[in-house]
Design a protein around this ligand. Sequence first.
Ligand SMILES: Cc1cc2nc3c(=O)[nH]c(=O)nc-3n(C[C@H](O)[C@H](O)[C@H](O)COP(=O)(O)OP(=O)(O)OC[C@H]3O[C@@H](n4cnc5c(N)ncnc54)[C@H](O)[C@@H]3O)c2cc1C
Length: 283
Amino acid sequence: MPGITERLLYRIAKRWIAGYSLDDAIKVAHDANNRKLRVILNRLGEHTPDEKLIQGYTEEYLRLLDRIRAEKINGTISVKPSQLGLAANPSLYKANLLRIVERAEEYDQFVWIDMENSPYTGETLETYREILPGHRQLGVCLQANMKRTESDLKDLIPRGGIVRLVKGAYPERGELAYKKRSEVNANYVRLMTMLFERGGRFAIGTHDGKLIDIARELAKVRQPNFEFQLLKGIRDDIKPTLIEEGYRVSEYIPYGPEWYNYSKRRMRERKRNILLLLRSITG
Ligand SMILES: Cc1cc2nc3c(=O)[nH]c(=O)nc-3n(C[C@H](O)[C@H](O)[C@H](O)COP(=O)(O)OP(=O)(O)OC[C@H]3O[C@@H](n4cnc5c(N)ncnc54)[C@H](O)[C@@H]3O)c2cc1C
């Protein structure tokens, strides 16, 4: 039985996650599809060198792909490298990722790879570059707060890489990352412009109204193959508007008992979320 603090935190976290189990995720995915949102399902959990856990996460993604197929869900999955073995060794990660990608290919489904904090960036992209030529239904996330991202993007576009652009959720050192909000936003615009001008298929992953407006403008110039991606429980006001305007919109829906770290990141992003938490504690 979880303690009272955990139960209160979970009540807040529930807006950002589907619940504890794969069944919860499938149910929430159907709800999102009913609102014309595509879904990207993610089993929470990260940074584990424990091989048993790693195998468990890998098997769960395979089951998730089976259920998405069986229940005709409009959507796909997103995996975290450090839950599939990158925190143990890169070849284990590559083997597990390949198992998942090959199962997805049987079903003609796409797979996204999340980007984690900087110790994993190099290996995540190296594995992506290695696998991409034989597996084209595979995309990777790049973070606009990272100084290296411009050169990573310039490298991936000509290879036919498929990129989800986000601001970046992890605290990083100043040598590696832009720290000021204005710098991150300016870099986001620079990178997004590159995607709209030269990218093949890509995704704009943000809730920032100003950036979404710029994307809308950029989309008028070419007929780009892109979609907006937003997190479950954030900017629910703008999702139906984008759909009405004719854009493809995916909702990223995480689930699993490891909801605490994920919810902490969402909490940090906005002061008002901390107030929500305090209000729920004080009743
Ligand atoms: C689909 C998707 C996938 C992602 N994948 C990754 C990944 O693989 N790696 C990674 O590092 N990061 C990932 N992120 C997270 C991302 O890096 C940011 O941390 C997160 O999206 C917040 O940045 P923002 O672009 O929304 O802009 P912000 O400037 O943080 O927010 C803009 C506006 O959005 C709203 N908003 C933003 N966050 C919240 C919140 N928590 N609660 C309420 N309102 C909020 C507010 O209105 C705010 O003013 C992903 C984000 C999305 C949408």
